[in-house]
Write a protein that binds this ligand. Structure first.
Ligand SMILES: CC(C)(COP(=O)(O)OP(=O)(O)OC[C@H]1O[C@@H](n2cnc3c(N)ncnc32)[C@H](O)[C@@H]1OP(=O)(O)O)[C@@H](O)C(=O)NCCC(=O)NCCS
Length: 375
């Protein structure tokens, strides 16, 4: 057993200039820029531009970029037709994964790995996939999808297309910031999956289907949804201690806590905690925030573990009226931009990613003819 590197912990498998994480200090940088000012003063589109083009945009560049994303925000007929075929019980992450494949079928740049084509495909995916998730949510409720409104920002328009209502600026900003915080995070499992696929010279859509697939697991993207399910199960402040004691004694993981890289507070959690507090105050119902604080304190004192990006995101999304099973797809919608940046970086300087395994089986076993094998 290769204990030291099990799960590739601590193993650097490629170079990247996209994101740097200092797990000891709890710091996160997108292309060298600290996440805190990006999240406080910037926007999802600004960070997306930064990742894709390497520099922060000027005012004009950002307007042009946002305009481009807004024009690409549409629901192609082929995709809508595919969405209509899914049952209402289809899991949203599989709907999302299949949507990427459908978009691959109709993308004029499919199979073209040039930087220009990859940027065009990335823009279309980031802009179109939110329409797919919102449309499918309406379809499963028996409602017709709503057309995108290019006059709104991506986050505001997603919430409108999903719920049918124009949301407050505070709500749109909260979703936008959460997408920014989910955008990029180094060689996590889904990004690594994208890079492995891209390293075979498969194209953007192929790589991103792998990313969505990897993110669907509860140890990765599924944790924000599971964190809210846990908060719902706990229900009230007086049940927190009993819940944590029971689950931890049974050796269970508490969703939204722990991290492979951070040994201190996940800097993304700092923003989401504050957003959860503000949304609670604004709604006049701080009970989810207070319950979350109690669980956080309980995990600190029992296990010394910090919460990660997914924990307070659960409360934020709850306040935004996002259905539980769309929490992880929203993580994916944010991360799509980061995956795309990694696919482009991999294609730019490619070498097939092909590690080896530590073989633990037998060697040279004698082949026995089938009629002579003992049953
Ligand atoms: C994120 C995660 C997969 C990291 O896993 P990892 O780096 O392999 O860390 P380990 O699972 O080896 O955990 C190290 C120790 O902390 C404990 N631990 C880690 N996360 C824990 C959690 N969420 N709840 C309870 N205990 C936890 C482990 O049981 C282990 O304890 P031990 O040494 O006594 O066996 C893990 O923390 C986890 O499963 N968290 C819950 C899911 C989650 O929130 N995922 C989103 C990540 S952004």
């Amino acid at each position: 057993m290769v204990e030291d590197s099990k799960g590739l912990a601590g193993v650097a498998v490629a170079d990247t200039a996209l994101c740097y994480i200092d797990g000891q200090a709890g710091r996160l940088f997108y292309r060298g820029y600290d996440i805190h000012p990006l999240a406080k003063q910037g926007s999802f589109a600004e960070s997306l531009f930064l990742l894709w083009y390497g520099e922060l945009p000027t005012e004009t560049e950002l307007i042009v970029f946002e305009g481009l994303l807004a024009r690409e925000r549409r629901l192609p007929g082929e995709l809508l037709a595919a969405l209509r075929t899914f049952g209402a019980d289809a899991t949203p992450m599989s709907v999302l994964r299949t949507s990427v494949s459908v978009l691959d079928q109709i993308d004029l740049d499919a199979g073209d790995n040039s930087a220009e084509a990859s940027l065009r495909k990335a823009g279309r995916l980031v802009a179109t996939l939110p329409c797919a998730v919102a449309a499918w949510h309406r379809l499963r409720q028996g409602n017709e999808p709503l057309a995108p409104d290019p006059n709104l920002g991506l986050a505001a328009d997603f919430l409108r297309m999903m719920s049918g209502e124009v949301v407050s600026e505070t709500a749109a900003e909260a979703l936008d910031t959460s997408l920014l915080l989910y955008l990029e995070h180094g060689f996590n499992a889904s990004t690594f999956a994208c890079r492995v696929v891209a390293s075979t010279l498969a194209d953007m859509h192929a790589a991103l289907t792998a990313g969505v697939a990897a993110l669907s697991g509860p140890l990765h993207g599924g944790a924000n949804e599971q964190a809210m399910r846990m908060l719902q199960e706990i229900g009230t402040l007086d049940r927190v201690d009993e819940y944590l004691d029971r689950e931890l004694a049974a050796g269970k993981k508490i969703m939204g806590f722990g991290h492979r890289v951070y040994r201190t507070e996940d800097p993304r959690a700092t923003h989401l905690r504050e957003m959860a507090r503000r949304l609670g105050d604004a709604s006049g119902d701080s009970s989810w925030y207070e319950l979350s604080r109690a669980v956080e304190d309980g995990m600190k004192s029992r296990k010394g573990l910090n919460c990660n990006v997914d924990f307070y995101c659960a409360t934020v999304y709850r306040h935004l009226g996002i259905p539980l099973d769309l929490f992880t797809p929203l993580f994916a919608l944010g991360r799509t931009g980061g995956w795309a940046a990694h696919v482009m970086e991999q294609h730019h300087d490619n070498r097939l990613i092909r590690p080896r395994a530590n073989y633990t089986g037998d060697i040279d076993r004698p082949y026995v003819l089938i009629e002579r094998r003992e049953s």
